[in-house]
Write a protein that binds this ligand. Structure first.
Ligand code: LR7
Ligand code: MN
Length: 542
């Protein structure tokens, strides 16, 4: 049973990841409940990669659906400036006999064959097309960091942004070349109007690279993308609109799947929460397909955020290396420090999901991931970090550097406790019924008990042990606090002889007594120890 409890955070994390993948693939399964999406079938009458007209069949009616066509030659020239696309792409070709998956963990041959742009299906719910946005939306700086990205995917990412965004909304596209082998991968792209290239002089990882990009951005809104994406029709306006209305929102699109084998663009389901809106406790099927909804965590790679809000909240934890963990850290921080995270179903961006990292981790994959996630857990998860460690016992004792700066940041921003996040942001996450760490608190032969309702405490004869413990003598440890329901054991003051009492739990209140689980002492259950100066607790320990 303890194991179940211990796995709660693993469940949180894994459930979220699995949930994402479930919904990503759900569209390909027949659905048992007929929904608008299920009744929607798209037939492509054009050839693959050729712009054309799609027909969308819904409720037996046929609605023509226009796919954004690639620009004409003149537009093309305007779009690309002096950039020689052919030369750029042909300089790096697969040689016959090369394994097309080796270098990038996706089928490079297919990506190269596709060329720099193509028509993709507009995967939004049909109602999204009729939504309108402010005509004076602010512009954004697009930030794309990459390490040894394939030229064809990188260029398609950049061009899809230029083609499928209203030009005035794109202030610039900042590429951060994270010390790729060939500096020209990035440098040559800077010939495209609006594209800037920054090259790291050593490998930094995506976190520090993004911070570097963000700090040189000139627009008031930041948009982050991975380097192997294709943005879809009207992807940007919904996100900028939401951030313009409230700068503390951090918004993500629905992330469609670009097949790593054949580069087909596959729609992810818009129904990420199954039509159940936890804020109103109502079923909102149609709404769910077009309206913004909050999410406890974002995937991390593709999001829009106000620049001053990004800076105010402490950008990223720049002691995180290479890859991993920063999406949790950002998600916790945004929620706990006064912002919110949203997914916008009317914004769609495709991403090539891979099965392995195609690049090296200088400190090793596992150690880097542990370092990054330990930092996130240690700074943000309070007593819940024990679940992280239970789920990942190997993390214990691994180096994660100093977190003093991030703790200071958390204090300075006056962020809420993780418990609040769990209860308010992720209430759907039901930690399975669990055996909590209950115990008697013994002093000599006597037991600490609560008396009456005014928070009073006293020592008395231990009434019983094991499962029949009297509630008044039954203490629960949720590290680090020692509780009975919502009340916690506290001292009145930090002076010898001060009284102990019960008061509403508050992790930030240093007077509340810190406990630590020592081990299992049979037959009385788990033994609690109080790693505190015993003289501060005369009533308990004198
Ligand atoms: O050392 C590096 N330097 C880099 O610049 C390592 C990576 N990168 C770049 C890389 O080229 C890519 O553009 O960083 C980006 C992300 O790396 P990927 O694509 O190898 O990893 P991923 O797709 O698994 O990344 C997901 O998880 C990461 C955790 O750190 C980041 O949050 C990524 O942004 C995130 N990607 C997405 O959220 C896209 C949608 C996936 C989903 C759901
Ligand atoms: Mn990626």
């Amino acid at each position: 049973m303890r194991r179940i409890r211990a796995n709660a955070i693993a469940i949180l994390t894994v459930a979220w990841i699995l949930g994402t993948f479930y919904y990503l693939w759900q569209d390909q399964k027949p659905q048992s409940v007929p929904s608008v999406a299920a009744q929607t079938r798209v037939r492509n009458h054009g050839q693959k990669g050729v712009p054309g007209r799609l027909e969308i069949h819904r409720d037996e009616r046929t609605i023509p659906l226009i796919v954004t066509p690639p620009p004409q030659t003149e537009q093309q020239r305007q779009l690309l400036g002096s950039f020689d696309e052919k030369a750029y792409l042909s300089a790096r070709q697969l040689k016959p006999g090369d394994d097309p998956y080796r270098e990038h963990a996706f089928n490079l041959q297919e990506s190269d064959r596709l060329g720099s742009e193509r028509a993709i299906r507009d995967t939004r719910h049909y109602r999204c097309a009729s939504l309108t946005y402010d005509s004076d939306l602010p512009s954004t700086s697009i930030i794309i960091t990459f390490h040894n990205e394939a030229r064809s995917t990188l260029l398609r990412t950049v061009k899809s942004v230029l083609i499928r965004s209203p030009p005035p909304l794109i202030q610039e596209i900042i590429l951060i070349d994270d010390f790729s082998s060939d500096p020209e991968d990035c440098q040559l792209l800077a010939q495209i109007p609006k594209v800037r290239c920054l090259r790291n002089i050593r490998r930094e990882g995506l976190i520090r690279s993004r911070v570097r990009g963000a700090s040189t951005a000139s627009a008031s809104i930041l948009t982050f993308l991975d380097s192997h994406c294709e943005v879809n029709t009207d992807w940007l306006q919904p996100m900028i609109q939401r951030v313009k209305e409230d700068h503390t929102r951090v918004v993500s699109p629905i992330i469609d799947v670009i097949s790593l084998d054949n580069f087909a663009y596959l729609a992810a389901s818009a129904d990420l929460r199954g039509g159940w809106d936890p804020t109103t406790h109502t079923h909102t099927h149609i709404h769910a397909r077009t309206h913004a909804r909050t999410t406890p965590v974002i995937a991390g790679g593709i999001f829009v955020m106000d620049k001053s809000w990004f800076n105010h909240l402490g950008q990223y934890d720049t002691h995180m290396d290479i890859w991993g963990g920063e999406n949790f850290e950002l998600s916790f921080r945004v929620w706990m420090c006064g912002g919110s995270l949203e997914i916008l179903p009317c914004s769609r961006v495709g991403h090539v999901f891979r099965k392995r990292h195609p690049y090296d981790f200088p400190e090793g994959n596992a150690l880097t991931y542990i370092k990054n996630t330990r930092r996130a857990a240690e700074v943000w998860m309070d007593e819940y970090k024990q679940y992280y460690y239970s789920a990942r016992p190997s993390a214990q004792g691994k180096a994660f550097g100093s977190i003093a700066d991030r703790l200071t940041l958390r204090r300075k921003l006056n962020c809420k406790p993780f418990r609040w996040y769990m209860e308010s942001v992720y209430p759907e996450l039901r930690v399975p019924e669990q055996e909590a760490v209950f115990s008697l608190l013994k002093q000599g032969g006597l037991c600490l008990e609560t008396r009456g309702t005014d928070g009073g405490l006293g020592l008395a004869e231990c009434k019983s042990i094991g499962t029949n413990k009297l509630p008044s003598q039954k203490w629960e440890l949720i590290e680090p606090l020692i509780r009975q329901q919502d009340l916690c054991l506290a001292i009145s003051a930090f002076t010898a002889g001060s009284k102990v009492k019960m008061e509403p739990c508050n992790i930030k209140e240093p007077r509340q007594v810190r406990g630590r689980l020592l081990g299992v002492a049979e037959p009385e259950g788990k033994a609690l120890s109080l790693p505190v100066d015993l003289h501060s607790y005369p009533h308990l320990w004198s």
